[in-house]
Design a binder for this molecule. Structure first.
Ligand SMILES: [Zn+2]
Ligand SMILES: [Zn+2]
Length: 383
C-alpha cells in the first residue's frame, strides 16, 4: 500500500481540513465518471480513497501514525501492539523488530471482537477529541389507516371510532430504547463520533447510535426502538367532502417523536361505499328520481331527497326519462386541504318516468297515449 500521506500529497502534519480539501480535489479530478476508461486514473482514485479512509478518520490516522500500515488491517489490536512495542523497546523481542506485529493482525480474525476492541480503545480516548454530532430530534412516523365510509358520511362529515395499529412510546424504557438502568457505552460503529464517512467523503449520522455516539443495552420490551406497536381505538373526524382516494390528515396522531421530535401524522385513506340510488361522478352526485307520466307531461313541483334534507324541485312540462335537473351545490361539499382542495359539486336528479301497476284501467289510459305518438319511438336508434 502506498503511504497515504504521499497518496494525498499532504505532509504528516497536515490538518484534518487540509486533508479533506486535498482529498476532495483529487477525488473530483480522478473520479471514474470524469475519466471513463482511464485505468491509471482509476488506480489513483482507489489509492486516494484508501488513503482518505485512513487519514480522514482521526482515530485511524493516529493509529497509522503510531503503528504504520499494519494498523489498517482487519483485527489489528492496539493494546497487543502497544504491549509488544513496550516489550520490544525493553529488548524482549530482540530490540525494535516489529515483524511480530503480524501476530496481532490478519489470521483468525473474529468480527465480533472488533466491537469490544473499539470500545476498549475509545473508552480511554473519550473526551479527548470527541466530536459528537448534535442529537437532532427525530420526528414521529406518519401512519396510514384505511377507512370505509357511507356516502352520507362523505357528504356530511362524521365522527368515527377506528382501530389503528400505531407505534406508541415504549412504557418500559419511556421511549429511550435503552434497558432501564443500563449504562451508556461508546458506539462501536462510529467510535463515538456519532457520524460515519460515506465513500470517504460525506459524513452521515451513524445508523447504529443515530448520531448519539453512545449506545445502551437495548430495552427488552421494544428491542431498542423506543416504541412498540399497539392497536388503539381512536375517534376520528371525517370532514365533509371526502371521496374515494382522499387522504385525510390528522396532525399529531401518528407515531411519537424521539428526543423532543414532533409526533407523526395519521392519514385516513378513504373509501366511499356504493349507495343504492346515488352515483358519484367526480364531485357531483347523480340521484335517480322517479316521477309519474302525468308529472313528466304536465310538469310539477316535487320533493327530492338530498343528504341535507328534502328540497323542492320543479319538473318542467314534457320531461323525458333521463333528463337531469341540477340542484346546485348539493353534491360533495368543498374539501379544504391537499394541494388544491376539492371544489363543491352539484346534485343531479335524473328523472325516471315510472308506469303504474298493470291493470285494465292502466292499459286503457296507455292506449289513449299510444295514439299520440306521431313517429316510431325507435326511429332515431341507429346502431
Ligand atoms: Zn455510532
Ligand atoms: Zn423500550
Amino acid at each position: 500500500m502506498k503511504d497515504p500521506y504521499s497518496a494525498l500529497g499532504v505532509s504528516k502534519t497536515a490538518s484534518a481540513e487540509e486533508i479533506k480539501k486535498a482529498y476532495r480535489k483529487l477525488a473530483k479530478k480522478l473520479h471514474p465518471d470524469m475519466n471513463p476508461g482511464d485505468k491509471k486514473a482509476e488506480e489513483r482514485f482507489k489509492e486516494v480513497s484508501a488513503a482518505f479512509e485512513i487519514l480522514g478518520d482521526p482515530k485511524k490516522r493516529s493509529l497509522y501514525d503510531e503503528f504504520g500500515e499494519i494498523s489498517t488491517r482487519p483485527g489489528f489490536d492496539e493494546q497487543k501492539a502497544r504491549e509488544f512495542q513496550r516489550q520490544a523497546r525493553a529488548g524482549g523481542f530482540g530490540g525494535g523488530d516489529f515483524r511480530g506485529f503480524e501476530d496481532f493482525a490478519g489470521g483468525g480474525f473474529d468480527p465480533s471482537d472488533l466491537g469490544s476492541m473499539f470500545e476498549d480503545l475509545m473508552g480511554r480516548r473519550r473526551g479527548a477529541r470527541r466530536r459528537r454530532a448534535p442529537a437532532e430530534p427525530i420526528p414521529g412516523e406518519d401512519i396510514e389507516a384505511p377507512i370505509e365510509v357511507d356516502l352520507r358520511d362523505a357528504v356530511l362529515g362524521a365522527e368515527r371510532e377506528i382501530s389503528v395499529k400505531r407505534p406508541v412510546r415504549c412504557p418500559e424504557c419511556k421511549g429511550t430504547g435503552a434497558r432501564p438502568g443500563s449504562r451508556a457505552q461508546t458506539c462501536p460503529q462510529c467510535g463515538g463520533s456519532g457520524e460515519i464517512l460515506m465513500g470517504g467523503v460525506f459524513s452521515t449520522p451513524c445508523p447504529r447510535c443515530q448520531g448519539e455516539g453512545t449506545i445502551r443495552e437495548p430495552c427488552p420490551r421494544c428491542g431498542g426502538e423506543g416504541t412498540i406497536s399497539e392497536t388503539t381505538r381512536l375517534k376520528v373526524k371525517i370532514p365533509p367532502g371526502v371521496e374515494t382516494g382522499s387522504r385525510v390528515r390528522l396532525p399529531g396522531q401518528g407515531g411519537p417523536g424521539q428526543r423532543g421530535g414532533e409526533p407523526g401524522d395519521l392519514y385516513l385513506r378513504i373509501t366511499v361505499r356504493d349507495h343504492p340510488s346515488v352515483r358519484v361522478q367526480g364531485r357531483d352526485l347523480l340521484l335517480d328520481l322517479p316521477i309519474t307520466p302525468a308529472e313528466a307531461l304536465a310538469g310539477a313541483e316535487v320533493t327530492a331527497p338530498t343528504f341535507e334534507g328534502p328540497v323542492k324541485l320543479k319538473i318542467p312540462p314534457g320531461s323525458q326519462s333521463g333528463r337531469k335537473l341540477r340542484l346546485r351545490g348539493r353534491g360533495l361539499p368543498a374539501l379544504r386541504g391537499g394541494a388544491m382542495g376539492a371544489p363543491r359539486g352539484d346534485l343531479y336528479a335524473v328523472l325516471q318516468v315510472v308506469l303504474p301497476q298493470d291493470s285494465p284501467q292502466a292499459r286503457e289510459a296507455a292506449a289513449l297515449l299510444q295514439q299520440l305518438y306521431k313517429n316510431d319511438v325507435r326511429k332515431d336508434v341507429v346502431l
